[in-house]
Ligand binder design. Structure first.
Ligand SMILES: Nc1ncnc2c1ncn2[C@@H]1O[C@H](COP(=O)(O)OP(=O)(O)OP(=O)(O)O)[C@@H](O)[C@H]1O
Ligand SMILES: [Mg+2]
Length: 538
């Protein structure tokens, strides 16, 4: 990735783009990279000089010596230096963005100066490079500025950070290092998704805390990482522990997901397969969409990042694009990972409304779509939605998701399975209950309601003094709990009908078709499924 980044950088510089805005909070890494490419004699016939500007010191050489004869700290003076310089060069600005902000008193002057300078730069082999942690390009300059994301460090860079620590503290008697190659690998993997500075801090904290660095610290680095990611306020780390074993029914979806999991391997790369992109789960509420998203992560043993779209379009207008970029680049940093976007249509409510925010929301959503299509890192998106009328049609276009599944109300066999799962989870043996009767009275119940039946029945049994000295769950409690519950599907028949009609045209069914052949069934059937099927559900 950084290689690609360097390549892009060189292409833009050679092509005479006047201004490149590099988004990153890691100025040192950007500077290192720029310095590296401008020195690379294989890239240029005549090389490029490099100057670095800060508001506190004005123009400096890469070695930190003053580069301008006059004071160049003022932005207008800094731009004059660029104009007057007579050779091809790269001018790297740290923190230039505040002077372009409309709240800055001289913004209109600075913007005008930049606009006048841009054509001159293109013609003279000079390039301005702005480094900023946030994206703030005034509309007047949008045509002149190319925005580039500085990717997070590569494995090799994290490894270098780790080696530097070992080198620095290795001889100290106060710190014990006990890391074989394998331990180093784990540690480097744990750092993925952090900036270089964050990785350094996480390692330093681990060393200071215990006076040693060994494999046990991998966990503390992961915890530190969770903290940092949580602080971003948009992505949330989810400890996913329950795999497909807790999901009843939805056999087609489960089989499909198991198959896609193979797509992450090196063998799949060698075979020419692209990484799996993502899946959209549409369906009736309470039937296990969110549950599946969580289970995928546990089943695939990959970190689960919950992406709260609502917070991207949060209250601070103008920062949304920035937050979207940051979230996606963090997810890529943690890759391979699952990015879970729950209730997508709600998060996008701002995007389709277009209400008074200058189209920012739809632009941000556009960024998400483009990313879905172009991402090269193995970030698998699991998006869920209930309300199809609010789903933007662009999302359904081929190339963004690998598949769209419809999660319908559970069939009788699936209801048996779900009931069995929830009974077993509460320490009960499902074989002790009259499941066929229960399945008959729960027609139209969704998974959440079936779970509620089990919980309600447990309450019922707990307070039922009849007969036994000890409370004991019996079929009658389950049947009573079921009879007292009015399923959502009864009150929302019309909506569900519309949803099904739409799904028949646009989605695959998550559940196995009732007419699946015996061999199709056996190919993927789990023990619970089999038990459920063998029950006489007449
Ligand atoms: N297929 C299922 N197997 C087992 N449990 C289920 C299933 N479907 C739902 N449940 C139970 O119901 C709970 C709620 O389901 P979940 O949140 O996954 O539904 P959802 O489809 O995401 O609903 P919504 O559209 O309202 O978000 C789950 O945590 C689980 O306990
Ligand atoms: Mg849900």
């Amino acid at each position: 990735m950084p290689l690609e980044f360097s390549k892009d950088l060189v292409i833009y510089i050679k092509a005479g783009y006047p201004i490149l805005n590099i988004l990153s909070s890691e100025e040192d890494r950007v500077l290192e990279r720029v310095d590296e490419i401008r020195r690379d004699t294989t890239l240029w016939k005549e090389g490029r000089e490099l100057f670095v500007w800060t508001i506190s010191r004005g123009w400096l050489t890469p070695e930190g010596q003053p580069a301008a004869k006059e004071d160049s700290r003022d932005p207008a003076q800094a731009l004059a230096f660029v104009r007057n310089h007579e050779r091809r060069a790269l001018f790297l600005f740290k923190d230039f963005h505040p002077y372009l902000d409309e709240k800055s008193p001289n913004a209109s002057l600075v913007i005008r100066l930049v606009r006048d300078l841009a054509p001159h730069l293109a013609a003279t082999g000079k390039t301005m490079i702005w480094i900023s942690p946030v994206l703030k390009i005034p509309a007047e300059l949008e045509k002149d500025v190319i925005v580039l994301d500085m990717p997070l460090p590569t494995e090799a860079e994290y490894r270098a950070v780790l080696e530097r620590f070992i080198e620095r503290y290795g001889s100290s008697t106060k710190v014990v290092f006990n890391l074989a190659e394998e331990g180093k690998d784990l540690m480097v993997k744990a750092c993925q998704g952090l900036t270089k500075c964050e990785a350094e801090n996480a390692l330093a904290k681990a060393i200071v805390g215990r006076g040693r660095l060994d494999v046990e610290d991998v966990r503390s680095i992961l915890e530190e990482k969770e903290q940092i990611i949580r602080k971003s306020g948009i992505l949330e780390f989810w400890g996913a522990v329950q795999d497909f074993g807790v999901v009843g029914g939805l056999a087609n979806l489960k089989t499909w997901l198991k198959q896609r999991n193979q797509g992450f391997s090196q063998r799949a790369r060698d075979f020419g397969l692209p990484y799996p992109r993502g899946v959209l789960l549409v369906g009736v509420p309470g039937c296990g969409k969110s549950l599946c998203a969580k289970a995928v992560a546990a089943e695939w043993k990959k970190p689960l990042l919950k992406f709260d779209l609502g917070r991207v379009f949060g209250p601070y207008v103008g920062d949304s694009e920035e937050r979207m970029r940051k979230a996606l680049s963090t997810a890529e940093g943690v890759a391979p990972a699952i990015l879970w976007i729950d209730e997508l249509e709600k998060g996008l409510a701002g995007a389709s409304g277009g209400g008074g925010d200058g189209g920012v929301a739809s632009r941000v959503f556009g960024n998400l779509l483009t990313w879905m299509e172009e991402k090269k890192k193995p970030v698998f998106v699991v998006a869920t939605a209930n309300d199809i009328s609010r789903l933007p049609p662009e999302l359904l276009r081929k190339g963004r998701m690998d598949a769209i599944f419809f999660v319908d109300l559970p069939s009788p066999t699936e209801r048996a399975e779900i009931l069995m799962i929830h009974l077993a989870r509460r320490g009960r043996d499902p074989n002790e209950f009259d499941l066929p009767a229960l399945v008959r009275v729960t027609d139209g119940f969704n998974g959440a309601e079936l779970e509620e039946v089990v919980v309600g029945a447990l309450y019922e049994a707990f307070t039922d003094k009849e007969g036994q000295a000890e409370p004991r769950l019996a079929s009658r409690h389950l049947l009573k709990a079921a009879s007292e519950l009015v399923p959502l599907s009864r009150t929302r028949q019309r909506e569900i009908g519309i949803l099904r009609e739409w799904a028949a045209k646009n989605c695959r069914a998550a559940a196995r078709a009732p007419d699946a052949t015996e061999s199709e069934r056996q190919a993927s059937e789990s023990l619970v499924e089999k038990q459920a099927r063998l029950l006489d559900l007449g």
